[in-house]
Design a protein around this ligand. Sequence first.
Ligand code: GDP
Length: 425
Amino acid sequence: MIKAVVGANWGDEGKGKITDMLAEEADIIVRFQGGANAGHTIVNDYGKFALHTLPSGVFYDHTTSIIGNGVALNIPVFFKEYQEVVDRGVPAPKIMISDRAQIVMPYHILFDQYEEERLGGKSFGSTKSGIAPFYSDKYAKIGFQVAELFDEDALREKVERVCETKNVLLEHLYHKPLLNPDDIMAELMKYKEMVAPYVGDVSLFLWNALKEGKEILLEGQLGSLKDPDHGIYPMVTSSSTLAAYGAIGAGVPPYEIKKIITVCKAYSSAVGAGAFVSEIFGEEADELRRRGGDGGEYGATTGRPRRMGWFDCVASKYGCRMQGTTDVAFTVLDVLGYLDEIPVCTGYEIDGKVTTEFPTTGLLEKAKPVLEVLPGWKCDIRGIRKYEDLPENCRKYVEFVEKQIGFPITMVSNGPGRNDIIYRK
Ligand code: GDP
């Protein structure tokens, strides 16, 4: 059976923690999209880790961690992270890298930086990890699959051809130093040495695993609202963040994805630019940011302070619907324990009309939040293990949100650790 763990919102919902927790019962964990541009923070017996590329299952020795074909694979970052994890006492994870995964090339990172510089104030808030140039090249059919590293003659011919076009842009658009095919080949040969022991036919491996009744977990990055089709285009990421894409980015039959666990945060946070209807500012935002997550709401990759807001029922209902949610994991509820009253965004007012359906970007920019205020519970709920033991106002908050979004909240996370979880129903 396949389960997917994905985000309902803008990312940073706590997917890493939920995946790490569910990985205990899984045999295989697969990353199926995205790259080293976002991160997961995981707290477990080995300590606190910020993973960007390694699947969140690496902390268990019974699991195989897989980089699917849909991932933007930054090979040096991947192995640096692998080494860090091992150096901190985690047993060497079992890894498999899809022979069809494509490689983030050194020049993808440069092009990302140059384009941000060129756009100046009109930039998309890229993390400059090369993700947009990577996926552009993938779909322009000038990307490099891992398998191509193993045919040196064909690789050299392609590298030379790609450098020709890249160099036109570097010279005339960006006015930057040109690429040298020999340097790129040397780099790619290093990459080959690094990945060689781990490369395999991932879709076949997963197909066979399914036949043997193995439990597979697909791990998404970012959330629904960053999906290039269904999110807040153009302030989105470059690969689909939806569970459905797991079938493609891992190479598994779509009908095998039986459970879609959508992680939804008890308040809102976002990084980068883009409409954020329930956003709050000033001291109110600073306090939530300081208390948020596990040690504050700052990007796991960039350290950027996250933008903060109240829970957005409109965005979350839509985010859950687009994922095809079977279960909602509602996270960081413990953080809200300091508030006397908790505003929740239940609708958007656009041109004088209130809607509860998430609109396209132009209309979203005009939306004003309709807020409903719920009473707080004013205590620390960490350590509670049974739903009935939560304070009444806390349960009311969960149930209010559940009704608004229309998907069952079956897990409530009340702390960053693996065991800080309350199962419902
Ligand atoms: P991801 O990208 O969706 O995996 O999210 P991140 O890991 O970037 O952000 C979630 C942050 O919240 C991390 O610092 C987690 O350790 C932390 N976290 C996850 N669940 C909870 C929770 O229930 N309570 C608290 N206080 N922190 C949590």
